[in-house]
Ligand binder design. Sequence first.
Ligand SMILES: Nc1ncnc2c1ncn2[C@@H]1O[C@H](COP(=O)(O)OP(=O)(O)O)[C@@H](O)[C@H]1O
Ligand SMILES: [Mg+2]
Length: 237
Amino acid sequence: MAEQAIKVENLVKHFGKDESLVRVIEGADFQVDKGELVALIAPSGAGKTTLLMMIGCVEEPTSGTIWLGDEKVYDNAWLTKETRKIRREKIGFIFQAHYLIPFLNVIENVTLVPQTNGVSKAEAEKDAMALLDYFDIADKAHSMSSQLSGGQNQRVAIARALANKPQIILADEPTAALDLTRSVSVVKMLKKIAIDQDVAIIMVTHDEAMLPLCDRILKIEDKKVVSQAVPENTKMI
Ligand SMILES: Nc1ncnc2c1ncn2[C@@H]1O[C@H](COP(=O)(O)OP(=O)(O)O)[C@@H](O)[C@H]1O
Ligand SMILES: [Mg+2]
């Protein structure tokens, strides 16, 4: 039986108050299991990034419940003062722009978080090399981000997101800056990671061509989250 990686119950998010109140999410309920790659879709401004940031313990919800794996992390309030620790240990983030640190080389970027978590430099580098190898960019380990192509940088960013062995990956439009071929390759890579490492991945995308590569679609509709099957047509991919 599939194991739950993320469970959200009656999640509400409002910004501001009184006349400046913005109701973004009004009672979202959904679950994502380990091994699933789920697309998150909705029009611009519908709350996709906000939802990822709440699951990632970055943005505080207004109310509701969030489970990450078997740990309840939010129940109308954070259940720990150490949201940063949860984030570092359980979550990998991938963004539209890769946000690699420009003055660190590739392997230094990938080993930064594990070393912050107390992993030794030698072990972090060994793990990082295995990841870079998996993504076919081991030969770039000592290059700077500026020397890499967009696709290579995004692969490094994915390797970095995996470096802390997260249970959950939250990807906010990871293919927005890539052409179709590279987008397909990145999304297929994410699906392989989900299966190989039993990770749950939520990927925000505006690209319909990516949907058939995902297991399921979560859609923000009327300020709630609904689950849909992916379109059948996979011919073009
Ligand atoms: N820090 C904030 N303060 C006030 N409103 C915000 C803030 N962050 C996001 N919003 C509002 O929340 C809504 C959802 O934003 P966002 O999650 O970025 O949408 P999406 O990622 O789907 O484009 C928008 O109306 C946005 O203006
Ligand atoms: Mg967004």
